[in-house]
Write a protein that binds this ligand. Structure first.
Ligand code: AMP
Length: 244
């Protein structure tokens, strides 16, 4: 773990209503397959943070056959980023729901500097404090193995892996018994393209947040349990000091 200097750096929120909200706010930054979604779901289940994933929101829009979903699908199929105009509109709605002070994890947002600027505006005006930007660091060979073996439950969104995190009953979700599916964009060619997109368009955000003292770099090759402990220990609210 490196470079994480401060708890609770706010994006210029001053003492306005946003600054008064004390919930933890996290951004997860890392290539596809680094385990961001699994960790975000774990933080939601254990720490009550709201998991906000533009990827999940976009896939739902595709399933619902909305206009945004139809337009986004072309980009998602090839592994390219969906244009900001679509993502911004969806994220405005999702972020507005995160204003209740319970804390949030943005899993896969921002992914461009333009999106980071939009998020800053949200932080300053409504959302409150960005506690840390967690950078998931991982080797590319491991990523490819993780993506091609990844399986999802189409009903509840639970994430499995055929080798590293197999369901109890082969091919079936532990939680609801639904038949697990592979994401189309996890196919090797598309996955490779998504890495390239990450390096070209999202990786510059690592320095952007490092300069602001918000970057918490973690080794994403460790287990979900270990990763959870590392992240939670760094960002959890300080324990009250016992009275003498
Ligand atoms: P993910 O589930 O995070 O791997 O995202 C799946 C796909 O959704 C990506 O390959 C993009 O096509 C699209 N997507 C997700 N998040 C964003 C974002 N912040 N900006 C643009 N496109 C995104």
């Amino acid at each position: 773990m490196t470079e994480f200097q401060t708890r609770g750096v706010s994006a210029g929120a001053g003492s306005g209503p946003a600054a008064r909200r004390a919930g933890i706010g996290l951004v997860f930054l890392g290539p596809p397959g680094a385990g961001k979604g699994t960790l975000a779901k774990t933080l939601q289940a254990r720490a009550g943070l709201r998991h906000i994933s533009p990827g999940d929101i976009l896939r739902q829009a595709v399933r619902d056959h909305t206009e945004y979903g139809r337009r986004a699908l072309t980009f998602m199929r090839t592994g390219d980023l969906v244009p900001d105009e679509i993502v911004d509109a969806m994220m405005q709605a999702a972020l507005a729901q995160a204003e209740d002070g319970s804390g949030w994890v943005l899993d896969g947002y921002p992914r461009t500097t333009a999106q980071a600027d939009l998020l800053d505006g949200f932080l300053a005006s409504r959302l409150g404090t960005l506690s840390a930007v967690v950078h998931f660091e991982i080797g590319e060979d491991i990523l490819l193995r993780r993506l091609t073996g990844r399986r999802l439950c189409p009903i509840c969104g639970a994430i499995y892996h055929v080798d590293y995190r197999p369901p109890r009953s082969a091919g079936r979700c532990d939680l609801d018994g639904a038949e697990l599916v592979a994401r189309r964009d996890d196919a090797p060619d598309t996955a490779l393209h998504r890495f390239r997109v990450f390096h070209a368009q999202t990786a510059p955000l690592i320095d952007h947040y490092r300069c602001r003292g918000l970057l918490l770099t973690v080794n994403a090759e460790q287990s979900t349990e270990d990763l959870y402990d590392v992240i939670w220990e760094a960002v959890r609210p300080p324990r009250a000091t016992p009275l003498p």
